[in-house]
Ligand binder design. Structure first.
Ligand SMILES: [Zn+2]
Length: 358
């Protein structure tokens, strides 16, 4: 009988994790952050607010407009800013909220979900539609303009050794139809990022003649560039720059959206994830620890989660026990990915982690 060599993996799998808790080791862990898509967070924390509710946010009392303009999520300096973390977003405390040291500030919106597969796709599609209409890709009509835009995008990606965007830019992929807002229908977040970099390149080379749109493209690109290239804990200087870039983008976008609305144009859509992106920008400046919000994005975690079928089998917080050592299944995976593990926790260590990461 021959023994197969034990398979080595550089990635901690779900089975590794469960065996870690079940059979061999006593693990010590503490919560640093709970992250994931909005549907997961809403389910796990029994949130009464959300994208489909009038109250949109788990961090503040912003609404879609029913509580007046001062509480509207589109009001960048509204009164909702004074309500952050004042109220719990649930009626009944969810199990995860009972974890030692947990604070709702540890539930973080992230750039992947809020920008790359969220609000950013509204923005980028509206920019491309504007450029095609303005003749930036030639005057031969929309089909030829989008064909030239696709060629330009792919040439840029090749020249900069970026992932190719396989879906051509077209009326379908931009959801450019009468009666609806444009939306970049590209599912791969990484490729959405390539489109963003390409448009920033066009802005820098002067192809985007509208100064407000060029400002929005440039400032959003600089915000993401600053946090993606930043250290785990941003310096005060980097945090201030990122905050300035982010706020410049938000102000530019709201102005574009307002102007389009007054002209009765369906452009520059504002969805609740725009508000979540606003919180990310605010957090860069207001987090005492200056923890980089890029750490909250779940690029690698989601890929890993897809390979573990069990991850998707725990959609309800009902399955979660508040004791970290016995948290089972998918929610545990999501939560524990952001735990610091395998060293005894002293009160001083716990205190420094809990206070520093909020
Ligand atoms: Zn909010």
């Amino acid at each position: 009988m021959t023994h197969q060599p034990r398979r080595q993996s550089s990635q901690l799998t779900f089975n590794h994790y469960t065996s870690l808790f079940t059979y061999k080791y006593k693990a010590h862990a503490f919560v640093m952050c709970v992250k994931g898509d909005w549907a997961f967070l809403r389910s796990a924390f029994l949130m009464t607010s959300g994208w489909s509710s009038e109250a949109v946010c788990w961090m503040c009392s912003a609404t879609k407009g029913s509580a007046g303009p001062e509480m509207a999520m589109t009001n960048l300096s509204g009164d909702w800013l004074d309500t952050m973390f004042e109220q719990d977003p649930w009626l009944t405390p969810p199990a995860l909220s009972l974890l030692q040291g947990f604070h709702i500030k540890m539930v973080a919106p992230d750039t992947l979900h809020c920008w790359h597969i969220g609000h950013g796709r509204d923005f980028l599609a509206s920019v491309i539609v504007h450029l095609a209409e303005a003749g930036a890709f030639g005057d031969g009509g929309v089909p030829l303009a989008l064909k030239e835009a696709t060629r330009s995008l792919r040439a840029y990606a090749k020249a900069h050794k970026l992932q190719q965007v396989k879906v051509p830019l077209s009326r379908e992929s931009l959801e450019w139809h009468a009666g609806v807002y444009p939306h970049l229908n590209i599912s791969k977040a990484c490729q959405v990022g390539v489109v963003h970099k390409w448009l920033a390149h066009l802005a820098e080379t002067g192809l985007i003649a509208d100064s407000l749109i060029a400002t929005a493209v440039w400032s959003s690109h600089m915000f993401l560039d600053t946090v993606v290239g930043g250290s785990n804990f941003l310096t005060q200087e980097a945090a201030s720059r990122a905050h300035a870039y982010g706020m410049l983008y938000l102000l530019s976008y709201v102005r574009l959206s307002t102007t389009a609305l007054e002209a009765r144009q369906l452009r520059w859509f504002i969805r609740p994830k725009f508000h979540m992106f606003h919180h990310i920008v605010l957090g860069v400046q207001h987090r005492a620890s200056k923890r980089n919000p890029h750490l909250d994005a779940v690029w690698m975690d989601e890929d890993c989660g897809k390979s573990n079928e069990a991850f998707t089998n725990y959609p309800s917080s009902a399955a979660v026990h508040p004791n970290t050592s016995t948290v089972p299944g998918g929610l545990a995976w999501e939560a524990l990915l952001t735990l610091g593990c395998c060293q005894p926790i002293t009160n001083s260590l716990w205190g420094s982690c809990a206070s520093g990461l909020k």
